[in-house]
Every structure is written in C-alpha cells, then in structure tokens.
Design a protein around this ligand. Sequence first.
Ligand code: PLP
Length: 358
Amino acid sequence: MIPVTKPFLPPRKVHDSFLDTIWENNWLTNSGPLLNRLESDVQGRLETSNISFVTNGTIAIQIAIKALGITGEIITTPFSYVATTSAPAWEGCSLRFADIDPNSFNIDPDSIEAAITPKTQAILATHVFGNPIEVEKVADIAKHHDLKIIYDAAHCFGVDYDDVSIFEYGDVSTLSTHATKIFHTVEGGFIFSPDLEVRNSVNLMKNFGHDGPEVFSSIGINGKNSEFHAAMGLSNLQFMDVILAKRKAQYQLYETLLKGNNNLQFQAIHPKAKYNYSYFPVVFTSESVLLNVQSLLKENQIQPRRYFYPSLNKLDYVEYMPTPHAESIAERILCLPLFHNLEDKDINRICDLVLRAI
Ligand SMILES: Cc1ncc(COP(=O)(O)O)c(C=O)c1O
C-alpha cells in the first residue's frame, strides 16, 4: 500500500540521544530544557521573531483567537482542513466564508472585502498546501477595516515570502507539526507572532493562565507540549535540509510527468514564495473523473486523499454561504502520495495510472 503520506522517522541513535537527556533530567513536560531548545532552534532555522510550542495546530488556532481577544465574527476560507473552521467555531466565534482564488486555492482578498460586516473582528486565512496568500492585500484590508489577521500556516514549515519567513506576516501565524507534516513532532504545533506581548499572552494561556504558582493572570487552557515531542522535533530538525531537497525533487518529477496534460490543473504557487513542496494536489475536470482516478489507484494499492473535501461552508454546524470556486475545487481535487521514502518508480507508476484513468 502506498499511502498519501508517511511520517519521517529519524535514525534511532539520534532520537535515543535525546531520550537519554530526558532520563538524565527526569523532566517530562512543563517548559523543559528540550522544549526550550526546540523553540530556539526552530526560531533560528526559520528566522522568525516570537515562537511558542503547543500541543497541536488546532489548539494553536484556538489560543491565537483568545490571545488576540477575538470573540465575535471571523471571515475565513472554506477550502482548508476542518480545523480551520472547527477551532474558531469551538471558541464560539461566528464565521463568514469568503471564496477562494481557483488558481492559488487561497482565500481571495476581494471576496474577503465583500464579506466584511460591521461585526467582523478578524480574518483567518490558510496558506493552502504551503502556498502563501497575497499578504500585502490582506494586510491592507485588515488595516482599512481595523481587523486582526490569523494565518493558518499549518503546512508552511520552511516557506518564505519575499525573502521573509511566512510566519512573520499577520498578527499571529500557526503551524501544525502533526506526524503527517513535512516537519513533525508526532503531535504538536507552533504559534508565531511578531508582537512579543501576544507571545507572552500565548505562553500564559497555554499554561492554564499561571503567572507563578498561585497567580492566574488570564483564562487559560492546557496547550503545553512535552519533552518527548520536543525530542522528536529536535531529531527531525537535523534532517530538514535533506527532507526538503528530496521533496522538491519528487514534486518536480510529478510535474514533469503530468504537467503537459491539459485535462489536469495544478496549484499556482505565488511567484514571491520560497516554497516547501509539501503536497502535490491535482484538480480534475469533474468529480466523476476524480472518482475514476481514485478507484484505479485504489485497485493498485495507492491511497491518495481528497484534501480538502468537503468545502467547509457545507459543514452542518456553520451557516452556509455560497462559495462557488471553493465548492468546485473541493469536488475535483486529490492530493497524490508524497513522503520522504516514496521512490521515483512509484511516482512514475502513480502518474501512469492517473493518466490512464482520465
Ligand atoms: C490547514 C490545517 N489547519 C490546521 C490543522 C490542524 O493541525 P493539528 O492536526 O496539528 O491539530 C491541519 C492539520 O492537518 C491543517 O492541515
């Protein structure tokens, strides 16, 4: 079976040396030395300002919403993983959906502007599959309407925009380091903010609001992560250059084999991006073609994923607002397998089958 993704596992020796440190320190969680080192190493590698390691990329969005004081209406994208919608809904925020650009798959700034109401407090936009949104346009809209910006940058490890880390844009950006991501800590996530005060609030909020053992300076939750997750992160960090280079070569092989075909559409990556090649999505001419492809791949023990399907404005716990581009792309898009030890011969076979099925 070839799955859509497989987690990278570092050599046991590398990981075990971090486990030895945990045993020596007898420190398992609550801002331990490995967690602090991971925050500092990730910050150094990505050249970002303020960073906080949390339990996962979903709680990262929830804490970001709280830290920015957002309690009401948020404009968001219908084309993302379900957490982009469920996290703000869980926080009791009301959602308005703006349509996406059918080429970049990112929320379209013009449609954000059209969705704003007097009650809107924030924009929650995803850099879909690591492809940066037009951050300047979103910043202009936010400034004009006095809105906060949260970027769900779950897929963006290693992505730069205009030679600056993508995590430096907006009021807050969140990253997922779930096992399926290009850089992972088994479970985990990071919150980035250019504003030190926001990071300080995040650090209080992720630790129950504790400001000392007997003082609680704000509402809080348990969003802390552990020394074991930090150990996996520190191990994987040592291999990121190799992982990113391999991913680029695999992505380019997919492109070479499929791009000439006029019945396939690919994601348009922003020209100012330094991209991380984390996903290889393909859009077919119709859902029935997609289903043919999926079924032929399945017969051959290959398991792509319908990322992202369904369009999130169709979830039964949100108010439906039509977003024709997102609905159409969601019905026709498939992410093809992409992971570190996927071999060229497998990519060749997958592409042969895709072309045969269409
Ligand atoms: C776009 C997006 N946002 C948020 C999340 C949630 O991250 P996590 O699984 O770490 O909670 C994911 C995870 O797959 C994602 O793809």
